[in-house]
Design a protein around this ligand. Sequence first.
Ligand code: ADP
Ligand code: MG
Ligand code: ZN
Length: 640
Amino acid sequence: MGVFFFATSDKGQTQNQEIQSSQFVKQLKDNKIKDFAVQPSDGVYNISGKYREAQESTSDSSNLLFGNSKKTTKISSFKTNVLKNNSTISEITNYAKKNNINMNAKEADTNGGFWTNLLISIVPMIIILIFFFIMMNQAGGKNGGKGGIMGVGKSKAKPTHSDVKFSDVAGEEEEKQELVEVVEFLKNPKKYSKLGAKIPHGVLLEGPPGTGKTLLAKAVSGEAAVPFYSISGSDFVEMFVGVGASRVRDLFTQAKKDSPAIIFIDEIDAVGRKRGNGMGGGHDEREQTLNQLLVEMDGFSGNDGVIVIAATNRADVLDPALTRPGRFDRKVLVGQPDVRGREAILKVHAKNKPVADNVDLHEIAKQTPGFVGADLANLLNEAALLAARRNKDSIGPSELDEAEDRVIAGPAKKNKVVSKKEQNIVANHEAGHTIVGLVLNDARVVHKVTIVPRGRAGGYAIMLPREDQQLMSKKNAMEQLAGLMGGRTAEEIIFNSESSGASNDFEQATNLARAMVTQYGMSEKLGTVQLESPTQDPYARNYSEKTAATIDEEVRNFINEAHGEAHDIIESHREQHRAIADALIKYETLDEKQILSLYRTGKMPEENNETNENSSFEESKKELEKNDEEKENNDSNNQE
Ligand code: ADP
Ligand code: MG
Ligand code: ZN
C-alpha cells in the first residue's frame, strides 16, 4: 500500500486536492484561485475549482520502506465544502467579487431518475399538508397537543436536570468565578429582586470548540439545581418559515413556568448572525427567529428567574443587537487551557479510569500544547480502549503515548499543535512586550502574559492602566508605542529575524502613532491642530498633499523612535528577558506576581500558590469575593 501510494504521487504531476474550507477562503482572499463552482448538496455547498497557478504541497510521509521523506505534489484543482447558513458564504462571495474570480452555481446534487421525479411531485403536497396542520395547530391553541406533526412548532427542548458540578470543570477558575453570581441568583432569585439588584439576562460563553462551554453551562445548572433547557442554534436552521420563531416563544414560555431555570442556546451564531447578509434565500427564517429571541429577552422582568446562557465560537459574527444591555450583556471568554489547566483536566478524566502508577499526567500535559478539554478527554478514552484491546487491567504510559499520536493525527488537529520552534519564537516575542512594559511602567502594569493561542494571536500580553486614566500624555503614548514594538524587536535581537506574528502589533502601533499626530496634536512639526477626528471618514481629509506627506513622515518618526527605545530596553535587560521567555515556555501563562518575581530575581515566586485547579462552587465564590475587594480597573489592553 505505502509503496503504491508513494510511487503514484511522487512524480510531481498535477492533482486534485481536498482542502479545508478555511484554507479555501484564505486562498480566495490571496487571489490564488482562478474559478470555482458551487453546488448545493444536503446541508453543505460542495465547491470545486482551479488554481491560477498549480500549488505545491509538501508533506512528510513516513514510510516503512523509505523512512521519512518529503514529497512535493503539484495541485491544480481543489475540492472543499462549506456549511450552508455560514458566514463564510458571504465572505466567499465578497472575495470572489473583489478579486474578480469566476463563480458558477450548479444545480443541486440529486440522483435523478424515478425517485427524484416522485419527490418533486410529492414534496410540495407534503409541505402544503404540513402548513395546514401548523395552522390548525395554532388556531387550536393549547389543545393542539404535542405529539406527532402537531408538535412542529413546539420547542424540542425538554428540561434536563444536570448533575455536573463546578468541580467537574477543571482549570477554568476565572470562568467559574464569573458564573458564581449567576448560580447564586438562580438559587434564590427573590433575594435579588427584593433588593432591586440588576441581574444579567444573558451570559455569552465564547471560546473555541471543545473548551468546555457546554460543560460550564451544565455546571451552572447543576450547582443551582434548576432545570436546564437546551437547544442548539442549528436546530432552528432549515425549518419551515415561522417555526423557528414559535419554537423560541414556546421555549421561553416553558422555562418561565418552570423558573428558576436556565435556557442554554448552543451555537447561537447559527441564528444570531448579523442580519442582512448571506448568500441566497433562507435567511428570512433565521431573522425571524433572531427577532423573536430578542423580543423574548427584552420581555424579561428580571424576577422571572430565567437566565439565558448561549455559547459560540464566533462572537464577532453575532448581531450587535444580541449583545446590547439587557440581552447577552455578560461575556465569558472560555480559553484554551495552559499546562496547569491541561493537567487538571487530565486528572478529572483519569479519576474514574485505572491509570497505572508510573503515568505522569504532568508530563502528558506538557506534551500537549494546543489540546482543549475535549481532546484531553478523548486522549484518555483512546488510551483506555487500547488498554482493553491489549487485555491490560490498567492504562500505562505506552497506551497514552499511542493515544496521543492518534489524537494529534486526527483530522483537525494536525496544524493545531504548536511546534517547539514556534513556541520559542512566540515566547521571546511576548517576553519582549513584557520587558518593555515592565521598564516603562509609568502608566500601565503588565497583568498577564501567555503563549496560549487565542483567535489569530499566537500569544498575548495584557497591560492594565494604573489608574482611571482618561487623558493620555505624550509620554504615555510613546511608552505604549514602545511596548507594541517590544515583541518584534525581541525577535530581531534573539533570532536576528522577523516572523509574521507581529502584524497586529504594527497595525495597532501605526493607528496609535497616527492618532498622536492627527488627533492629539503631539507632533512638533505639525503642531497642536486636529487634522482628523476619530469618527471621520479616513478618505475625506481636509488637508493638502504636502501635509499628508508630513503626517506619514511623523508617524514613521514616532514608530522609529519607539522601536529604538524598545531595542535599548531589551538589550540592557537580556537576562530578565531570557528568564521570562524560558518561564513562558515552561508554564505558558504567567501572572503579575510571577512576572515581577522573574523580573526582580530571575526566579518564579515560592510555590505556595498551588491554586485549586478544579475548585468547587464554594471555593470559586470565595475567590470572587476576594477579587471584588481588590477591585480593579478591567479596562485592558492586549498586545499580541
Ligand atoms: P464546547 O461546548 O466548548 O465545545 P464541551 O463542553 O462540549 O465543549 O466539552 C466537550 C467535553 O470535553 C466535555 O464533555 C468534557 O468531557 C471535556 N472537557 C472540556 N473542557 C473541560 C474541562 N475544563 N474540564 C473537564 N472536562 C472538559
Ligand atoms: Mg458545546
Ligand atoms: Zn506582539
